[in-house]
Design a protein around this ligand. Structure first.
Ligand SMILES: Cc1cc2nc3c(=O)[nH]c(=O)nc-3n(C[C@H](O)[C@H](O)[C@H](O)COP(=O)(O)OP(=O)(O)OC[C@H]3O[C@@H](n4cnc5c(N)ncnc54)[C@H](O)[C@@H]3O)c2cc1C
Length: 392
């Protein structure tokens, strides 16, 4: 696909996305429809990696990135259209999303020309997968308390420590790791943002079994792991600023399609409620109505964040959105098992979950990852409303 300079007409672009998905999400990729979403990250991993490469070949990765680095320079509105159509087609959960949505924008903001030239082409082609090495056993919401250390010795950083909850570390080629490089500095000073190859002797990845019976995230141990001296984003010691830049873009435009998936899940829950008779229970009926209202709130909140000129929404819009969709989706999972009745308490052989059970169990994570609901409130209060900062 050619990389256009002038944004195409929105309707024509939508038709183009739809057509491409209809043609390509077929044949060998047809079984991927509806796979790989939350709680289903274990499904069809090699096939979804091949799908990443197909997306890359089609020019559908890095839609908003500048053309100078190989992106398509498309406006916000076109990216939104892409994600809507992607969800409408039931295209699979993205194994490449951390590279595209977190690492890429971070390198665009803080990386050197050399780092962009080295790393962005692999992300754009769908051939290089990334994971995010922030959280540690003693540092989650309070990320500045991290204790993984790195020291520069000649041409390499030597890294020791442990990360945890590292999504997709078991398939990633690279990890962006936040580590303390100045042992004398405290808290958010003296940290560096390192680009670390995952396949090396100093790194061990141990999967963590989740409530869903699958392992989407991992513990990652660094025992004298190495990174190139030049593979630090921003200046050494300036990692906090870079890491916060990554968090600011986390879960931005790519969440636009998720409401279509939510609508489908709501309809499945409603069909179950009709089939089991749960809809005649006044308490459950009230919760069904609340869930429907929540769907409308999400829809209109998204529409309200869009500016007429198609500019990016306010910086805290993703935090507001997460605070709405995280708890809402969690409650939908609770409702889905409640309307299913006692049958929902029995899992299939080999711990096989049905959709309602998976939704319920995975939903526990949704008010935690990407910043817990409490932390979202703090961000909105401090950065969005300018309220007094929480005592640190
Ligand atoms: C499915 C999933 C995937 C994840 N993937 C990744 C990943 O790829 N890479 C990565 O680095 N991390 C990842 N995480 C980790 C995630 O970022 C952390 O779990 C999250 O930041 C919370 O940190 P914590 O688990 O240490 O909990 P804690 O920070 O210990 O929080 C415990 C509780 O205290 C509350 N709390 C903490 N501080 C405050 C405060 N100041 N004010 C009010 N309440 C507070 C929290 O809201 C929470 O309810 C993932 C987590 C999940 C569940």
């Amino acid at each position: 696909m050619s990389r256009a300079s002038a944004p195409p007409d929105e309707d024509a672009f939508r038709a183009q996305v739809r057509g491409w998905l209809a043609t390509n999400l077929a044949g060998e990729f047809a079984p991927l429809v509806g796979t790989g979403g939350p709680g289903r990250e274990h499904e069809f991993v090699p096939e979804r990696m091949a799908w990443e490469r197909r997306l890359g070949d089609g020019g559908w990765i890095g839609l908003g990135w500048p053309e100078s680095v190989g992106g398509r320079g498309l406006p916000w509105r076109h990216q939104q259209i892409f994600y809507e159509e992607y969800a409408r087609a039931g295209a699979p959960g993205r194994v490449g999303h951390i590279g595209e949505h977190l690492l890429g924008p971070t390198l665009l903001m803080f990386g050197t020309a050399g780092q962009r030239a080295r790393f962005l082409p692999g992300v754009l082609a769908g051939t290089q997968l990334w994971c995010q090495g922030y959280s540690e056993p003693g540092a989650g919401s309070d990320l500045a308390g991290l204790s993984t250390r790195a020291r520069l010795d000649g041409a390499e950083w030597h890294i020791d420590g442990q990360k945890v909850w590292t999504s997709l570390a078991h398939v990633a080629d690279w990890c962006f790791v936040l580590a303390r490089t100045d042992p004398a500095a405290e808290r958010h000073h003296g940290l560096s943002y390192l680009l670390v190859p995952m396949r090396q002797p100093g790194i061990e990845v141990r999967p963590i079994m989740q409530l869903t019976g699958t392992s989407e995230f991992n513990e990652v141990f660094f025992d004298d792991a190495r990174a190139g001296a030049e593979d630090v984003v921003g200046a050494p010691g300036d990692g906090w600023r870079v890491a916060m830049g990554t968090l600011a873009v986390e879960r931005g435009v790519s969440t636009f399609g998720q409401q279509l998936g939510y609508q489908r899940e709501f309809e499945a829950m409603l069909a179950t409620a009709r089939a089991t008779g749960a809809i005649d229970d006044p308490d459950l009926a009230a919760r069904i109505v609340e869930a429907w209202i929540g769907l409308q709130v999400m829809r209109y909140t998204t529409l309200a964040t869009l500016t007429p000129a198609g500019e990016p929404p306010a910086p805290t819009a993703p935090n507001v959105a997460k605070l709405i969709w995280g708890p809402w989706h969690q409650r939908l999972g609770e409702l889905a098992v409640d309307v299913a009745g006692p049958a929902a308490t029995v899992v299939g052989p080999g711990y096989q979950l049905d959709d309602a059970q998976r939704l319920f169990l995975f939903g526990r994570a949704e008010t935690i990852y990407g910043g817990s609901s409490e932390i979202q409130r703090t961000v909105i209060a401090e950065r969005g409303l300018g309220l007094p900062r929480e005592p640190r």
